[in-house]
Design a protein around this ligand. Structure first.
Ligand code: ADP
Ligand code: MG
Length: 259
């Protein structure tokens, strides 16, 4: 049965998109069937997986507004085993249009229920805000994966995020769980990174992945070539790290701990 994972943190620039792209691609590399859904109007996951965001006709925006069928907005990506529902700037005004819709929190869920079992994993890249789009992602998901950047303000905003997840679990999606926390942009040369990891571990009583994503220039370069890092530079430290993360995500699935 497919597992739906929202990659969320309302802070911008913490590595959500990088994680959504490369976790998806590394799961696909391991022969898992993956659907990646971009619900950030910036469309960086879309272009990072080799789809031209300005050329796509049917995006998640049309899906939300019921202007296209689900099957018509699913596209192939640059990777085998990996399909994508793209997004672009059109989505930026969607929140206001959605406000008056019936079941506005369930629009994504109602769509995904029909195809959930066609995939091993559905990975949703959220925008940097706890808005209605993110709520839709969390309502549709089994779990939330939270990237945390190894920087001084790492803990800032996390309690708000956890509170939102609790509220959604209480009111809209009782089965929602924390998938895990993953540290990103770790710089082994600084004490700060390791202090942040220790500090977050002490303060956040959550599942934390053993895999820590290092700061790696290949991860930043790959999107401009429209490729995930395992394709752009298969031997890079970034590719290896996301492969380990994919393994951990798969292992946790095998434990049946989520059912
Ligand atoms: P978010 O989606 O949370 O806003 P991004 O994934 O877009 O964050 O990352 C923000 C910026 O940091 C991007 O330019 C991205 O290429 C870069 N970046 C993300 N993770 C890494 C990493 N591990 N090493 C180097 N650069 C990274
Ligand atoms: Mg992003």
């Amino acid at each position: 049965m497919g597992r739906i994972i929202a990659v969320a943190n309302q802070k911008g620039g913490v590595g959500k998109t990088t994680t959504a792209i490369n976790l998806s691609a590394c799961l696909a590399e391991k022969k898992k069937k993956v659907l990646t859904i971009d619900i950030d109007p910036q469309g960086n996951t879309t272009s990072g997986l080799g789809v031209d965001k300005n050329m796509v006709e049917n995006t998640v925006y049309e899906l939300f507004l019921e202007e296209c069928a689900l099957k018509d907005c699913i596209q192939p990506s640059v990777m085998e085993n990996l399909e994508i529902i793209p997004s672009n700037i059109n989505l930026s005004g969607a929140e206001i249009e959605l406000i008056s819709m019936e079941n506005k929190e369930y629009l994504l869920k109602n769509n995904l229920d029909a195809i959930k079992n066609d995939y091993d994993f559905i990975i949703i890249d959220c925008p940097p805000s706890l808005n209605l789009l993110t709520v839709n992602a969390m309502v549709a998901s089994d779990t939330v994966l939270v990237p945390i950047q190894c920087e001084y303000y790492a803990l800032e905003g996390l309690s708000q995020l956890m509170h939102t997840i609790d509220l959604i679990k209480e009111r809209l999606n009782p089965k929602l769980e924390i998938e895990g926390v993953v540290f990103t942009m770790y710089d082994a040369r600084t004490n700060l990174s390791s202090q942040v990891v220790e500090n977050v571990k002490e303060n956040l009583n959550k599942k934390i992945y053993k895999t820590i994503i290092p700061r790696n220039v290949r991860l930043a370069e790959a999107p401009s070539y429209g490729m995930p890092v395992n394709m752009y530079d298969s031997r890079s430290a970034g590719a290896e790290a996301y492969r380990f993360l994919a393994e951990e995500v798969i292992e946790r699935e095998d434990e049946d701990a989520w059912l």
